[in-house]
Design a protein around this ligand. Sequence first.
Ligand code: KG4
Ligand code: ZN
Length: 337
Amino acid sequence: MGIETSCDETGLALVDDGGQILAEQLASSLPSHQRFGGIVPEIASRAHVECLLIELENLLERAGVTPRAVERIAVTAGPGLPGALLVGIAAAKALAMAWRIPLVGVNHLQAHLYVALMKGRTDFLEAPTVGLVVSGGHTALLRLQGFDRMEVLGQTRDDAVGEAFDKVAKLLGLGFPGGPVIERTAREGNPKAFRFPTPRLKAGSPHDFSLSGLKTAALLRVQKEQASGGALSCAFVADLAASFQRCIVEEVTAKTLAACEAAGARRLVLGGGVVANRDLRQRLVEAAAERGVETALPERALCTDNGVMVAALGRHLLALPPGRLNAVPDLGVASLS
Ligand code: KG4
Ligand code: ZN
């Protein structure tokens, strides 16, 4: 069983030994946060407390099993919102003790990646393989070696890719979260309407990302438009969304393929909420294939936070004594819980 409560989603899932999903429950407190323009931690924690046990009952009923059938519990240990993580961890500890089964702490970012491999693609764990995690709070390129060993090749110096989508959507008055609404809006726009500068890094790892310049360029363009005409037209918003998305997709694709080349990797694994973006998926898979790199990526519904990814990775990790497990809000992408 996987339990995910690191942010606004309460995700629970039962996955069998072969990586088949037996049942899944996903509730989100997103509507309660929307008027604040971002996730309010206290609201997220309270929502997890309210719905977790109801979700658990529904999960067992849906799978047609009793608690006796559950062999181990995996729970997100970090990174994430402290209060939200603690709700899931407290529930998982109580269930593991009551049902007398092993408990496993899972790194949320690693779970985003490994869900793409849950149906037996463990050949992707033979190094050199590159992993790309692009979520709301994190952006990282990794060199993977097994379920519990990885090395960070590059990370973002400022905004995460999902965060950049969220901030530009806010700028355009499109609401929260930004990724899905930018993707929808971009369909009506011209991706070549605006040119944004390609991010350049002078020092540090060539595999690092920097997206704050792109975000500032979008802000300046919006301010210029507002100064000249007042309200933003639908055509302007669509063109800006399309141009911004194109620029991000190109940047992420270029960085990822450069990392594959540097690591000598013929395999690439993708994960995180931003991988739900159709343009990014298509561009990355095509560009990788052109260079002889095979790509594994989760189906779109499993890109954003869910319990399946936690269960999928939890099957492969060592169980911890329940007393050792605690929330680690700033858990690093390559660290074990
Ligand atoms: O992985 P995730 O569900 O949560 C975190 O671990 O952060 O990722 C959420 C992020 C948000 O920033 C959201 O705007 C972005 O993923 N996202 C997308 C899309 N769907 C979600 N970004 C671009 N295109 C999408 N279709
Ligand atoms: Zn996530």
